[in-house]
Design a protein around this ligand. Structure first.
Ligand code: BTN
Length: 272
């Protein structure tokens, strides 16, 4: 059943116990509409509210993706939410990869549906031959005055297409989880599925960094063994990621480590 404009049901009582892993003052909140759940949690943090929060929006009027792109999703067609919390990991690198591992493992636990992780922040299906984007992550941080330098309010925004959007500004065709899994889902079903392991994964990342996620990431890595093209023109073969989540590419000039957000990576033969 597509929810359309009907009221969406959010099982807050079922969600609250998993949010408690973030601390006693953590809460989950659902808004019918906001510009962007990331923007809202960043605004709240800047005005002093740094409580751990899972903020869900039924509709975002100005959802944001990485590299200045928009995230477009109609009501009931996408799960859009952000997790905001103070975070102080030993090393920040690989956070988006760890988040991707946690979400993918819950969406496709038996690895039946052809889901994969595209470094650094996407969940794809159908890669490498017919890749379509299912989900993306946008991580932003706010320095909070008075806090120690290692700790930042961190906003981890996730958008998961439950049905493919009518249009997309994501540079790759979009997929929907309902079609992929062969069952008609609501955004709340997807949130219930992914939230517990996502939140405990974020806490594990805070304690141990990316290292405990490296082997799992390798299982989902759609760029490994593929010919890749970097936005700066270099080409080479994807060789996985190191223990900090840094992408390794073998090029004719030797191995290149890609960690910069300013360099985008595409499948040389793909649609992107
Ligand atoms: C990307 O693919 O470039 C990242 C997309 C991230 C979208 C999510 S939806 C919830 C949160 N709020 C936003 O404005 N963006 C993220």
């Amino acid at each position: 059943m597509r929810a359309g404009n009907a009221s969406l049901h959010w099982p807050l009582a079922q969600l609250q116990p998993s949010v408690a892993v973030l601390g006693g003052d953590a809460h989950v909140e659902v808004l019918p509409e906001i510009d962007s759940t990331n923007s809202e949690l960043m605004r709240r943090a800047r005005s002093g509210d740094t409580r751990p929060c899972v903020l869900v929006a039924e509709y975002q009027s100005a959802g944001r993706g990485r590299q200045g792109r928009s995230w477009l999703g109609e009501r009931a067609d996408a799960l859009t939410f952000s997790v905001g919390l103070m975070l102080a990991p030993p090393d920040w690198s690989g956070l988006s990869l760890a988040v991707g591992v946690c979400v993918a493992e819950e969406l496709d636990p038996q690895r039946n549906f052809g889901l994969g992780l595209k470094w650094p922040n996407d969940i794809w299906m159908g890669a490498p031959t017919a890749p379509r984007k299912l989900a993306g992550t946008l991580i932003e941080t706010v320095w909070v005055q008075g806090d120690n330098a290692a700790s930042r309010y961190t906003v981890i925004g996730i958008g998961i297409n439950v049905h493919p959007p009518h249009s997309s500004d994501l540079g790759i065709p979009a997929a929907g989880l309902s079609q992929c899994l062969g069952q008609d889902l609501l955004p709340a079903d997807v949130l219930l599925t992914v939230l517990p392991s996502l939140l405990s994964g974020i806490k594990r990342f805070e304690a141990q960094g990316f290292a405990p996620f490296q082997a799992a990431f390798a299982q989902w890595d759609v760029l490994k063994g593929q010919t890749l093209r970097l936005s700066d023109g270099r080409e080479g073969m994807g060789c996985g990621v190191d223990k900090g989540g840094v992408l390794q590419i073998d090029t004719p000039a030797g191995r290149v480590a890609v960690s910069s957000d300013e360099v985008s990576v595409r499948l040389a033969a793909g649609v992107t």
